[in-house]
Design a protein around this ligand. Structure first.
Ligand code: PLP
Length: 413
């Protein structure tokens, strides 16, 4: 066996410092975090001190779920659904998820391979811990959702970043992804539409990757498609599920948080290779037992009920996307490629003369605008800032004005 390549990238480090005597696993110190939550906490603290903060940091829709979704949960509670459900989820919900995914797959799917989980994040937790261990490599997008990297580090696997580049609209390159696969690679993580960039990988690139994966049958794929329904300008979602050749090694991640504005309900789903369903359910039984029953009834109503609220939210995001991209491109020292999906813009801020982290801090503390440094999503995020446009048009206008005034004060031309 070839020795695993040492990662040229520093592992995530936390401030974990156990008191004398306690000896928790060293893996705990490798577990990272999601700085969006830290920025949110700081923004709330500043607000509590009387400061006005425009929050363009956190990635959650500023909409409420449609009323029929909330009613379905209330009805379930009134009808007495207070107990455990099957660990894999309510059978009718698993069937609805399989039906929801069938257009992406272009074939019949097996509801027995659907797992209902408490949030999209839980699927990545299960999948990364299923494949990650010392001596193996996991390829993940950079800049990308920070929990991928955190869990890879926690598992002891070597993280291998797949750089996403502005010049390609932050789509991944199939050629580059395939070049990173070695004998020790066990999992490759993909995310389109993407957080934090809003990048969308075109179907041809996905097809090239899938064709190349035929030479690497030892590599499983985790496709994070949580923003699948948030695509703009008529773009079509290129799902990995469409490739039957991956049937026995694709883990599909999606959920209700973004599409149905249900981040706090903690509800997600995954579609597993047949061979991994049973271990995935066992991991569920060992950790969360099952998902909150009322939330599952709400999830069923969301998938099977009217979709008007989803369509309306999508239209609002699209209008704000244009507002934000135009507004950012009007700022000195800032350039922003058009994001094709999700609800994030990822402007290049190198022209401001500040690092991503310096700009994040200055904007929050001085200008009263919460944003997230690109480096919170990986080393390839240096020089960028994540702006979430899941906020009202008025707040976006105010946030952009404050950023503009801050840059003018600094003399950025
Ligand atoms: N995957 C991506 C790419 C995300 O951006 C997020 C949330 O921000 C998640 C997964 C997690 O979703 P959930 O809140 O349902 O756990």
């Amino acid at each position: 066996m070839t020795a695993p390549r040492p990662s040229p990238f520093p592992t995530s480090t936390s401030a974990f410092d156990p008191p004398k005597g306690l000896q928790p696993t060293p893996a705990l110190a490798r577990l990272g975090t999601e700085s969006a939550f830290e920025v949110l906490a700081r923004a709330k603290a500043l607000e509590a001190d009387g400061r006005s903060i425009v929050n363009l940091g956190i990635g959650q829709p500023d909409f409420a779920p449609a009323p029929h979704i909330v009613e379905a949960a209330i009805k379930a509670l009134h009808e007495g659904h207070h107990g455990y459900t099957p660990a894999a989820g309510l059978p009718e919900l698993r069937e609805a998820v399989a039906a929801e995914l069938e257009p992406r797959a272009g074939r019949r799917l097996d509801p027995g391979r659907v797992l209902i989980v408490p949030g999209g994040k839980v699927t990545m937790f299960l999948a990364i811990l299923m494949f990650g261990q010392p001596g193996v490599e996991i390829v993940y997008p950079d800049p990308g959702f920070p929990i991928y990297r955190s869990l890879i580090d926690y598992s002891g696997a070597t993280p291998v970043p797949l750089p996403l580049r502005e010049a390609k609209g932050f789509a991944f390159s199939a050629e580059e992804a395939l070049s990173l696969i070695g004998p020790q690679t066990r999992l490759i993580i993909l995310n389109s539409p993407a957080n934090p960039t809003g990048g969308v990988t075109p179907e041809a690139e996905v097809a090239r990757l899938v064709a190349g994966l035929a030479d690497h049958p030892h590599v499983a794929v985790l496709s994070d498609e949580i923003y699948a329904r948030l695509l703009y300008d008529g773009r079509k979602h290129a799902s990995l599920l469409a490739y039957e050749s991956l049937d026995e090694r694709l883990i599909l991640l999606d959920g209700w948080s973004k599409t149905f504005a249900m981040t706090g309900w903690r509800l997600g789903y995954s579609y597993w290779p047949q061979s991994l369903v049973e271990p995935a359910v066992r991991m569920a039984i060992n950790s969360f037992s099952c998902v909150n029953a009322a939330a599952q009834f709400a999830g069923l109503a969301a998938l099977t009920g009217p979709q008007d609220a989803v369509v309306e939210m999508h239209a609002a995001f699209d209008a704000r996307r244009r507002q934000v991209v135009d507004g950012l491109n009007d700022l000195p020292g800032v350039g922003c490629v058009e994001p094709g999906g999700a609800f994030y813009a990822f402007p290049n801020v190198t022209g401001t003369g500040l690092t991503a982290k310096q700009l994040e801090t200055a904007l929050l503390e001085t200008a009263g605008v919460a944003t997230i440094a690109g480096t919170s999503f990986g080393l390839f995020g240096e020089g960028y800032l994540r702006i979430s446009y899941a906020n009202s048009s008025e707040n976006l206008k105010e946030g952009l004005q404050r950023i503009g005034a801050f840059l003018a004060d600094r003399g950025v031309a």
